[in-house]
Design a protein around this ligand. Sequence first.
Ligand code: 3HC
Length: 707
Amino acid sequence: MSEAQPVRLDTEGEIGVITVNNPPVNALSPGVPEGIVAALRAAEANPAIRAVVLIGAGRSFIAGADIRQFGKNRVRPPLGQRVYDVLDAGTKPVVAAIHGYALGGGLEVAMACHYRIAVPTAKVGLPEVLIGILPGGGGTQRLPRLIGPKAAVDMIVTGRHVPAPEAAALGILDEVLPEGADLRAAAIAYARRVAAARPLPRVRDRTEKLAEAKADPALFDDVRKSIARRARNQKAPYNCILAVEAACTLPIDDGFKREQELFAELENSDEARALRYAFFAEREAAKLPDLPPGVAPRDVRSAAVVGAGTMGGGIAMSFADCGIPVKIMDSTPEAAARGIERIMANYATSVRRGSLTEDEMKRRLSRIEVVGDYADIADADVVIEAVFEEMDVKKPVFRALDRAMKPGALIFSNTSALDIDALAAETSRPGDVAGTHFFSPANVMKLFEVVRGAKSSPETLASAMALGRKIGKIPAMAGNTDGFVANRSRAPFNSEMVILLEEGCLPEQVDKVMVDFGYPMGPFAVGDLAGLDIGAAGRRRRAAANPNYRKLPIADRLVEMGRYGQKTGAGWYRYEKGDRTPHPDPEVARIIRETAAAMGVAQKTFTDQEILRRLLFSSVNEACRILEEGKAYRASDIDVMWLHGFGFPRYRGGLMFWADQIGARAVYDQIAAWHQAYGERWTPARLLRDLAESGTPFREAKPAPMT
Ligand code: 3HC
């Protein structure tokens, strides 16, 4: 909260203007709701004031409750005395003047006002479900009264941000101002116009839209069915539905009570704690603690991508989607043409599915230009190399970029494992070079792993992080180590899942455990989607570099047989022509049996928990090594990478947050036992042992300085 008073009441003639000023987003931190209540009471008591405007200073109206206060012993006013109730009880019209965001408690305050006006760029929403709770400021009762239960339940269960024009069409806003209008002046004028209007239009008094639920008795069950897969293991989405249902059946004050009960069930749930953690972890990951003060990122207005393969195309789309013009080139015109065809096909699919309009597709495509020569990309502010993942292929590209690019251009490599310093050494400007590792599909996956080379300048690193945010990704920093942070921490999981097969598991059994845990797909099904040949190439490279590398004979055998996954109709599963559904394959079961027998591995059965822990603990151990070596800033950065790179269920917080729920001691003891049973690959990391011995949670681990 700012030092100054977070809420102020001014008068403009007969209009009282209440300004909330709690940077950066005007959250309802302690003092803010109390300040609004005091200002409302003062305006009510002042006979010179006939109507009131409620507005936010800075970049937003009110972004909601202060999330940092949840889970603490918050002092909350009882029903009847909250800011919403004071608004309901008022006798003078209050106009909410919205810019930036009116989210959660912010929209709830606005809905308790009598009128709502907004600038066209404003966004409103009730995103509480995304942090594992429900709107607890009357939002579940007022929104259905304003826009009908069907639209309300959709907004509350998805938590989506609704742009002002749509919010007006739905009935949330009374007016959207023309572009460029002065919100404060317009709101004061609006308040003058409605100063004498009586009775005051209170949302709580409206019931006409609730009839919709009576006309459609299956409404709420249909919503429950439609979210069943994505909301599995979670409670908040279901409590949101129950609360809106209550709005349709109970008088509003009873509805408020029901909302409170349903809210109380959620606030301290594991799911809410994990989701709050994830919210702050993402914001923390964007910060570079060792950056010298005053380093500003370079401005990026144009981009280039070298390599028009699947990754290069997806990266070009990421720029185009965010309004940045991008040039794309490949070694031959044919390869570039194939790349642009793939991009067009991807966009066309989005148009067919209704997630993109034809016009927007054309706008995006118009930002992508295929060029044939390095000279054509020389003036780009940033270039991303996305050619084949081989040092010998990438090095000449870096030499060419060094010759071609304008001074000050950022030169980034989209590599998933290769040494960024070796690439930087091919140039005369290693300070401008860093890694930017996109995840597949690059235009969809949010993780943007920035790899810090030994010579990357602070400005280059700050620019890479800012670029990630600019193109709508979640950036997180990694040190230069084989596989960087995301893939390196995931590698033991990838080995362990195949080793489990040697010991008696089947792919479908492992996949079921991980889907039940919350992953959208099991790891074997994901392997088939990505292509098993890709993993095999990585294993070959690692085996060449490390004579003790643990071979995975079952996985190698499938690749030798040409079972590359979906693209060949068979991998860990078999696939019917033109269908992506994985079917368990007796042939795979036979290969597993034969290989295990040839290796002399004893077969046993596994519980679900053993499978889960074998996979995830192996990665926790490696993550500890990464921290101990100073290749990541924080344990929570690793969580962000798992959430946005690998589909780890968000409501479990991330790999390390999940491990903290078990405790470093228990994780260490299990890993030490497996070390005895299975040998070297389970050697406990030194940091893990230290955390276990000192009783320190993973999230508080102190990594070595980043190198
Ligand atoms: N509480 C506490 N801190 C918040 C916050 C909140 N509601 N919203 C944002 N912040 C903090 C962020 O942690 C960040 O802090 P930092 O600079 O120290 O890292 C800072 O504000 C800026 O946030 P962003 O980097 O996210 O800024 P953006 O401009 O990218 O996004 C935003 C702005 C869309 C408002 C985004 O911050 C957001 O989605 N905030 C959360 C909104 C939300 O969930 N509201 C509902 C809260 S629950 C509630 O209202 C319960 C009620 O029903 C009773």
